[in-house]
Design a protein around this ligand. Structure first.
Ligand code: M6R
Length: 637
């Protein structure tokens, strides 16, 4: 039996969901279900764009659907060619693939009950394989690889027993494990959309003679600004004149009503000023989602995606991480952990340098290719080269079905959701977490760590989302003010040791790409070998200080490095662990992050650096989501 790592109460996986009902007759409808659903999907497309689909129920009780792999425009082209009949009841979905590739067949909605029931879904149903086996034994046939189609079949089965769509949804919700928002319409129930949510978002929009459902308010903000929150494990039924929310036992509950005062652009960004700001705040969820469902009840890691033979993994004698930019810094952080846990040498190489170096890789090498997009050409070429040399390649990727995981021997997906801002934030944290899961899995397999040791590390990992949230809640204002005060600096140096070194480089990269100013990340110990000549009066130096409880003398050494630069006039800003009073004396300002272990610290110390770069660029009037000269996915060598 599986148990699941759900460190936060609310797990938010991606995909955009819209539901709509109105009482206007088809003839005088000013809001047709198709128009409303498509406009909602357009606003939610930032949540996923692997496929899109709609289901409508006509007044005459016909269920009509259309779905297409690719962006929403592929669906609208299809609808222009093959229009659907007018209807006032509809649901729509834009997908971020998790189970099953981004194909037409796997696009939502999924049908059941002889094509009379349509279901859309956001989330991951953990026990879908078990449910599917039972349904197959009962003669149900499946057309897709999705967990959603299993939920649809289960709902159809419960509808046949209960004869009531709301009741059937309630029963289904009790039978599903994991994270889900489900929306369903049935040909026999025109004018009704039924939904359920657990660990995945859903909000109601209230209208006059019409009601809405959406993954977030952006879905219906063009039509109404009155919204109602839906609690955990609640079922909601919307009809044109009523919204009924019940708990899992069927007791009616009141949702919390509120007015949305964001403009439409802000709604897509969840009310944040930029996608980058939103994605920085997504990080507790991105970490939690990446941990979701990867451990069994015995505390053992179970990486179902690991399609590389265990005997191969047991005999590898080297790990080579290939990646670019931020993804490479995630690999550099992971190197400290994997070498420490697995006692296997780990090299981290920029993907564009890798194959030109004629690297020594062979059947005993495990290559880990890290990429948010899965489409970075430098990394693709490095993956191909590694496989030609006989190495096994595992991709750590955020984009289901992209080239790098497809061309690798196995893929471990980060579940950060789409990252829209060009500067990577939540992908970095989830890449580090995925690498840590891989490292612990190898340590478990190869017997490098005892079970209780792995469990203790996983417990600390589980605590990270809440700690990242604390950094956001408690440090953000201080870091924003720091950035605003420094908006005119023309150079910032970042220092760190051990895992703090790649964090320093990532902090510098963020500042370079967003604020267009000179920034360098140095290993603090390297300073005296040259870079210290850069220090002049007032030079801003940001130092990542390791925990006093970490590796012997590391803390003291970094304190010495701070003193060295301070003595030469540097303005020293320190990122340190709560309770570290010693650093105060040497810093013009200290930003404290919660206590954690040495290896987990990068998951916290990176966050203030992201906020600093974002705000400094904003203060300079720059576009933080789309910095000059850059592309989100670099598909050329
Ligand atoms: O999609 P990938 O993770 O392969 O992209 C790698 C780099 O291009 C990317 O991390 C880049 O460095 C970002 N702009 C950093 O914020």
């Amino acid at each position: 039996m599986r148990t699941y790592l759900t460190p936060l109460r609310k797990i938010r996986l991606m995909c955009g969901i819209v539901g709509y009902v109105s009482k206007a007759s088809v003839d005088n409808a000013d809001h047709s279900a198709l128009d409303v659903v498509l406009s909602g999907l357009k606003r939610l497309e930032y949540r996923g764009y692997d496929s899109a689909g709609v289901a409508l129920v006509t007044a005459g009780g016909e269920l009509e659907t259309a779905k297409k792999a690719g962006k929403l425009s592929a669906l609208t082209d299809e609808l222009a060619e093959h229009p659907l009949p007018a209807a006032q009841t509809g649901i729509g979905h834009t997908r971020w693939a998790t189970h099953g590739g981004p194909t037409d067949a796997n696009a939502h909605p999924h049908l059941a009950d002889g094509g009379k029931l349509a279901v859309i879904h956001n989330g991951i149903i953990e026990n879908f394989a078990h449910l599917k086996a039972d349904l197959v034994a009962e003669g149900v046939e499946f057309l897709s690889q999705t967990d959603t189609e299993v939920a649809a079949a289960q709902l159809a089965k419960n509808f046949q027993t209960t004869g009531d769509l709301t009741e059937a949804m309630r029963v289904t919700a009790t039978q599903l494990e994991g994270a889900f928002t489900l929306l369903a319409v049935h040909a026999d129930a025109p004018g009704t959309v039924v939904a359920a949510r657990r660990n995945s978002p859903l909000v109601i929009g209230l209208g006059e003679g019409e009601n809405f459902l959406g993954s977030d308010v952006a879905a219906f903000i063009d039509y109404t600004r009155t919204a109602v929150e839906i609690g955990q494990d609640e079922v909601v039924t919307i009809t044109p004149d009523a919204v009924v929310i019940t708990d899992i036992e069927g007791n009616e509950v009141q949702g919390t009503q509120y007015e949305v005062n964001w403009d439409t652009a802000a709604a897509e960004k969840g009310g944040f000023a930029s996608f980058m700001d939103k994605e920085i705040h997504d990080q507790p969820q991105a970490v939690a989602d990446t941990l979701l469902g990867r451990m069994d009840t015995d505390g053992k890691l179970a990486l179902d995606e690991m399609h590389i033979d265990e005997t191969v993994l047991k005999t590898i004698d080297k790990i080579v991480v290939i990646a670019c930019g931020t993804a490479a810094y995630a690999g550099q952080v992971a190197r400290y952990a994997i070498e420490h846990w697995c006692r296997v040498p780990v090299e981290v190489e920029l993907a564009h340098e890798f194959r030109y170096r004629d690297p020594v890789v062979n059947e005993k090498t495990l290559v880990v290719a890290i990429s948010q997009s899965g489409e970075t050409m430098d990394t693709i070429m490095a993956v191909r080269h590694a496989r030609q040399q006989g190495a096994k390649v595992i991709a750590i990727c955020n984009t289901y079905g992209s080239t790098i995981p497809r061309e690798s021997d196995a893929a471990l997906y980060t579940h950060a959701g789409p990252e829209i801002a060009v500067a990577s934030t939540k992908a970095f944290l989830s890449q580090v977490v995925a690498c840590y899961l891989l490292g612990l899995y190898l340590a478990q397999l190869r017997g490098n760590k005892f079970r209780d040791e792995i469990a203790a590390i996983l417990t600390e990992l589980q605590a990270i989302p809440a700690k990242v949230q604390r950094v956001l809640d408690e440090d953000k204002e201080q870091v924003l003010a720091l950035a605003r005060r420094n908006q005119d600096v023309d150079s910032v140096l970042f220092l760190g040791r051990h895992v703090g070194f790649p964090v320093a480089m990532e902090g510098a990269l963020k500042l370079k790409e967003l604020a267009y100013i000179h920034a360098e990340g140095f290993a603090a110990g390297e300073l005296k070998h040259g870079p210290i000549a850069l220090i002049d009066d007032g030079q801003l130096v940001i130092i990542v200080v390791p925990s006093k409880r970490g590796r012997d003398s590391l803390h003291a050494k970094v304190i010495s490095n701070i003193q060295e630069v301070r003595a030469r006039g540097a303005n020293t800003v320190v990122i340190a662990e709560e309770g570290d009073e010693e650093v105060r004396e040497f810093a013009s300002e200290v930003i404290y992050v919660p206590e954690t272990t040495t290896l987990m610290a990068p998951l916290l110390t990176t966050v203030p650096l992201q906020i600093f770069a974002m705000e400094l660029a904003t203060a300079k009037g720059l576009d933080v989501d789309q910095p000059r000269n850059l592309a989100k996915s670099v598909t050329v060598e």
